[in-house]
Design a protein around this ligand. Sequence first.
Ligand code: FES
Length: 112
Amino acid sequence: MSEPVRTREPVLVCQVGDLPTGAGAVVADVDGRRVTIARDSAGDLHAFDDTCTHQNVSLAEGEIEGDRIECWLHGSQFDMRTGEPKQLPATRPVAVHTVIVERGDVFVALSD
Ligand code: FES
């Protein structure tokens, strides 16, 4: 059985209004991959892999502080712009993806 072909076409994931400033995130399936879409405290939108690189839990359930999201389980913090871990115990980054906003619709295009 062959692997499904991954496209990098933008996928509609939510509406801008679904993402209050610094107050929450949504999870979407983008070409079979779980992606978190979140708005930071400055109002910018970010998209990144939903699974914490420390253990297998959803980052979308974490808390947003500035441009970071904190994993709810052990407190790792990730820079939502770059995916880099900024607080242990996670040491590996999460992949970040491209966010496109058109007329209130939010699209995500996978970066890899
Ligand atoms: S599972 Fe996220 S920090 Fe441990």
